[in-house]
Design a protein around this ligand. Structure first.
Ligand SMILES: [Zn+2]
Length: 544
């Protein structure tokens, strides 16, 4: 046991020494995350681009600078919530955690944790840049907006699936730009708050979004996630590159600069579904967004861009067992001919085939994939359960039509998969910095946070900001009379002192003193596990 502890300290020391490079701060910081993208997906995307005569290089290529070892606090294979939370807060976390200190798991923890800090919300880079530097902040995603990666930037909770708790925090955090999916998750209360802060809201209105000329805007498309890029109707849905360009135009109006996180959310979803055309289509769409950001950064001269996935997914490989030729004989046509001609994801093709008469299925399948299916396969498709698995992580092993289409396509392609889940290999790192102060080599997810902190030019330590904006109510109001009462949707803390009554609702950034509302400047988080409100320390001054 003693030896284990000392090794841990050596490891922590190495982490600190490893990050000693000088980083000149830039005015703007952009983080771009292709979710769940293993390096082999990048390789296949580059080959497919070349096969289609669209050039030999990806937009990330000139900026590839290293790899990132990304993990959860107690598990080497990461999940979206803890991994981006680590980039944002510097503290490794457990599966489920959204920028919140994990519960210690001493037998398995990879970093040393303080058990007393469990459930402590942790300030994020986005929050720090917004509050400490008065910079603008934006999020661009293709999943629903309270999904793990965007939630990690602008909300806090121990469970990523608690959208009703995460979504209002994202509104309360007063973002300048929120583009993505998820109309199902915006409530009337959130709409009222956005209106009160002068934030425009566009719902399934691409034109409205593209013509917007103000400085605070939400644009949401579709009920939950946006469609895959291959399945997208460009008249109705913006591409991730279009959303990125528009976000940069809006954020750049702030003279202090901005933070922007762009997530290619659904490379991961296509990987969970073992759908190569979907993975490549999503990555190439994401890479176009990287191109747009690089173009902006080069013109601007004071913008840093960090591009990195959050974890691997699916064990995707170019080449696999069971092919008729040896690996040395596989031609570019053998390897990339079929996938390059597929025009829809398996999910997109399912939507079309579900509305296709059985006698036309073969022809329609051919039209969208270039593949002639057999009569047996036709039977399988026609006999598929006519539903879509609700949990996208289960598509690769369920018996819906998407799964059956995927099996038929994969039998004809030379790609391998080992799982429908995440994988633990390191991920690529690409960095653009105007003076060349890039993060390089093999780094840990915690080093990525350190780099973002430095390049943002932040001065206040993150744990100090955390203690200022997320103090426990029991500490802040120690000795005063307070009660937690159940509000309409969420609990609120009511503090009474002499003739003053302070009401602080959970997951909001607006409190009230004797019934008069005022802005807190940060979100209040309530954790049921320890019945604690985490709120600004300076609230005591309001009552005393
Ligand atoms: Zn992820």
């Amino acid at each position: 046991m003693k030896k284990k502890v000392s090794l841990l300290f050596v490891f922590l020391l190495i982490v600190n020494i490893g990050f000693s490079q000088t980083v000149r701060p830039t005015k703007n910081v952009i983080v771009m995350i292709p979710d769940g993208t293993s390096l082999s997906v990048v390789s296949a995307s580059r080959w497919v681009k070349a096969y289609r005569n669209e050039g030999n290089h990806l937009n990330i290529d000139p900026y590839l600078s290293g790899t990132v070892t990304t993990f959860s606090s107690n598990a080497p294979i990461g999940d979206s919530a803890p991994t981006t939370s680590t980039y944002m807060t510097g503290v490794p976390q457990q599966a489920g955690n959204v920028s919140m200190y994990p519960v210690a798991d001493p037998a398995n923890d990879i970093v040393k944790l303080n058990p007393d800090s469990a459930y402590q919300p942790l300030a994020t880079i986005l929050e720090a840049m917004k509050m400490e530097q008065k910079k603008a902040a934006g999020l661009v995603v293709t999943c629903e907006f309270p999904h793990a990666t965007p939630a990690d930037c602008a909300s806090h909770y121990y469970s990523r699936s608690k959208y009703p708790v995460l979504a209002p925090q994202m509104a309360a955090n007063n973002l300048n730009v929120m583009f993505g999916g998820g109309n199902d998750f915006i409530t009337d209360e959130m709409k009222a708050f956005l209106k009160s802060t002068g934030t425009s809201l566009f719902q399934d209105d691409k034109k409205g979004m593209m013509n917007f000329t103000g400085d605070k805007v939400w644009a949401l498309f579709d009920k939950q996630a946006m469609p895959y890029d291959l399945d997208r109707n460009p008249d109705l849905m913006p591409s991730i590159a279009e959303m990125t360009t528009k976000a940069l135009e809006i954020l750049n109006k702030n003279p202090n600069g901005f933070f922007l996180m762009v997530e290619g959310s659904k490379v991961d979803w296509a990987a969970h579904a073992n759908d190569p055309a979907g993975m490549i289509g999503e990555f190439l769409a994401f890479d176009k967004a990287v191109g747009a950001a690089i173009e902006f950064a080069k013109k601007d001269g004071s913008t840093t861009i960090v591009v990195l996935p959050d974890h691997g997914n699916s064990g995707f490989s170019i080449g696999r067992n069971g092919l008729k030729k040896s690996y040395t004989s596989l031609t570019k046509d053998d390897l990339f001919g079929t996938v390059s001609k597929i025009k829809r994801t398996a999910e997109g093709l399912e939507k079309i085939l579900l509305n296709t008469k059985p006698e036309n299925i073969k022809e329609v399948f051919m039209q969208y994939t270039g593949i002639e299916i057999t009569n047996d396969e036709l039977k399988t498709l026609a006999g598929s359960k006519n539903y879509k698995a609700e949990d996208y992580t289960q598509v690769s092993n369920s018996n819906n039509m998407t799964h059956n289409i995927t099996v038929m396509l994969n039998e004809r392609m030379p790609f391998g998969f080992t799982t429908g889940g995440h994988t633990g290999e390191e991920v690529f790192l690409a960095v653009y910095h105007p003076q060349g102060d890039v993060l390089k080599g093999n780094v840990r997810n915690t080093d990525v946070h350190q780099y973002l902190y430095k390049v943002a030019g932040l001065e206040k330590p993150m744990n100090q900001l955390t203690s200022e904006i997320f103090a426990k109510h029991t500490d802040v109001f120690n000795g005063l009379k307070y009660t937690i009462i159940q509000g309409k949707d969420f609990p609120k803390l009511v503090v009474k002192y002499k003739r003053k009554t302070l009401e602080i609702p959970a997951y909001s950034s607006v409190a009230s003193l004797n019934g008069v509302p005022f802005s807190l400047g940060s979100v209040v988080v309530y954790v049921d596990k320890n019945n604690t409100f985490y709120l600004p320390k300076n609230l005591l001054e309001k009552v005393k």
